[in-house]
Ligand binder design. Sequence first.
Ligand code: BJW
Ligand code: ZN
Length: 270
Amino acid sequence: MSESLAGARSLLARAERVTVLTGAGISAESGIPTFRGESGLWRSHRPEELATPEAFRRDPELVWSWYAWRRSIVATCEPNEGHRALARFALDRGGVTLVTQNVDGLHHRAAVAEAGDRASEPAHPWELHGSLLRDRCFDCNLKSDAHFPPVNELDTGPSRGSDWPETEVRDVEIPRCDACGGLLRPDVVWFGEALPTDALEGAFEAAAVADVCLVVGTSALVHPAASIPRATLRAGRPIVEVNLEPTALSPYAEVSLMGRAGATLPELLR
Ligand code: BJW
Ligand code: ZN
């Protein structure tokens, strides 16, 4: 076992409370594209044209086309060894708060699968950037289960490409809110929008009292999520990082484990 892996394991073994912050990198091995980096979504698409309220006001069909494609990817993906290792870790030892920037629902699916017949309830992670699995009214904020595009219009077959087929759902009528008739949007957090207060407060509170903050698969460039591990640092406790490459947080991490989350987490959390 490498020295850093042993060091990280010993920090976790001594910790009573652990807060885990995850990002797109943990779902990469499930086949969900990350945002930054070589094949990241923001390499080929401009965030300001797709992930802002202004973009939605300007061209809701375009934005929905992109999210429909993203939903079609998530619909075919499964939690990977990284999600599962974290779910087992939380169920086995308690004292773990899971906070994610991801909108794919894979942490919860892993928790449900790992909980199986156990008595303990699979916890929902704090979802800082919302969920792709829900819609929300653009006008009155009423939330509902995702119902766009209709499941039978999702191209989830083996022919689904890795690129966004921009035109595919452009002609589909966008559903409207039952309560006020406003346009529905995906219930995710776009740039310039506030994060859900309960998730943000829950995450900062858990980080501030954590004995270790474990940060997995995030470039740590998007705030306020990227500031959460600093609450642990401010309390004089360490950060352990798992990533393919150094990030904005690496200089502050007690241990940086460079590797795939799907291989590293099962080793680290065994
Ligand atoms: C692997 C791996 C493997 C790969 N194993 N590792 C302070 C300073 C500067 C700017 C700001 C600031 N505070 C706020 C801002 C503005 C802005 C911001 O942060 N901008 C920066 C980019 C400069 N923030 C906001 O606008 C936020 N809102 C806000 O601040 O509101 C204020 C407000 C208050 C009150 C009223 C009104 C407003 C909102 C941010 C929303 C972010 N939304 C997105 C899209 C979500 C919906 C969707 O999915 O479409 O969230 S953007 C995108 O980035 C997504 C992600 O959750 C987020 C973070 O990305 P993440 O997860 O880190 O992914 P990547 O791709 O960046 O990194 C992947 C990592 O994995 C890499 O490091 C790889 O190496 C690694 N990896 N494979 C392990 N197998
Ligand atoms: Zn409404």
